[in-house]
Design a protein around this ligand. Structure first.
Ligand SMILES: C[S@@+](CC[C@H](N)C(=O)[O-])C[C@H]1O[C@@H](n2cnc3c(N)ncnc32)[C@H](O)[C@@H]1O
Length: 250
């Protein structure tokens, strides 16, 4: 589901309008005790279990070789929803395959820290820069560059037109956000040369085509926390048989 302001949102679980009393109490205590329906209680339990799962996934995820990939805990106020392991590995493998075709591969991850972490495990030799708003990622040293999409070109000039591979995952599903992220993508990419990958909601399909010439692939990105939005991976190039192929009929 997308909120009216274009935020990414977790799936709604249930409404709070039934009136089955869960706690057994005496009549005079009854007024002070909150009442939840059994349906709502189940939804609450499911939500808490998911939160625990996401927190556990945040502490450590394990890649295909059984090696740990450390991630920080999601902050939903920053629209942080990390890829699940399969999605992170699929995109990292795609970036690795693209890197092999280039003489001097260099990757920039715009607001996708999980991908950065997986790339450092899978292809540690490929120079990779993370542009992020969350300063917890300063832990990556010189590979971290502070980035606020509201200032799309407020970046070191050394990064201009210097990345043959650009991957972006905008925090919001608004036109305003994608317009600005597209400015950043153009600032960072080598004009006419770079391979672009964008992960965002399906609702952005037309805009991704208009702004950056991207088309959706068959592959559906998934997250550790279940989101209500349908997600897609868009690319500037035909991935052939990889990523579920390129969708031509849009
Ligand atoms: C939808 S998440 C994408 C994360 C990706 N799914 C992953 O697993 O790496 C959006 C990202 O945008 C970042 N973000 C939040 N506010 C931002 C802002 N004002 N400018 C740039 N990035 C921002 C969040 O920290 C988060 O990493």
């Amino acid at each position: 589901m997308t909120s009216t302001d274009g935020n990414l949102v977790k799936e709604p679980k249930a409404s709070l309008n039934d009136t089955v009393v869960v706690n057994s109490v005496s009549a005079d205590e009854e007024d002070d005790i909150p009442m939840l329906s059994s349906h709502t209680l189940e939804a609450l339990k499911e939500f808490l279990a998911e939160q625990n799962q996401a927190a556990a996934a945040a502490e450590e995820s394990v890649d295909a070789d059984g090696e740990e990939v450390s991630l920080v805990t999601e902050n939903w106020n920053l629209s942080q929803f990390w890829y699940n392991r399969q999605t992170a590995e699929t995109i990292a493998a795609e970036v690795a395959a693209l890197s092999e075709t280039l003489i001097s591969p260099r990757v920039v991850c715009i607001a996708c820290p999980t991908l950065y972490a997986y790339l450092k495990k899978i292809v540690p030799g490929v120079p990779t820069q993370l542009l992020e708003f969350d300063k917890r990622f300063e832990q990556y040293g010189d590979d971290f560059t502070f980035y606020d999409y509201n200032q799309p070109e407020d970046l070191p000039s050394s990064l201009k037109h210097s990345f043959p591979i650009v991957v972006a995952d905008p925090p919001y599903l608004s036109k305003e956000c994608l317009d600005k992220i597209a400015e950043t993508v153009k600032f960072l990419s080598k004009p006419g040369e770079s391979l672009l990958l964008l992960l965002t909601g399906e609702v952005q399909t037309m805009l991704a085509g208009e702004l950056l010439g991207l088309r959706p692939c068959g592959f559906r990105p998934e997250h550790s926390s279940k989101l209500g939005n349908e997600f897609r991976l868009f690319t500037s190039y035909d991935p052939s048989a990889r990523l579920g192929g390129w969708q031509h009929d849009i």
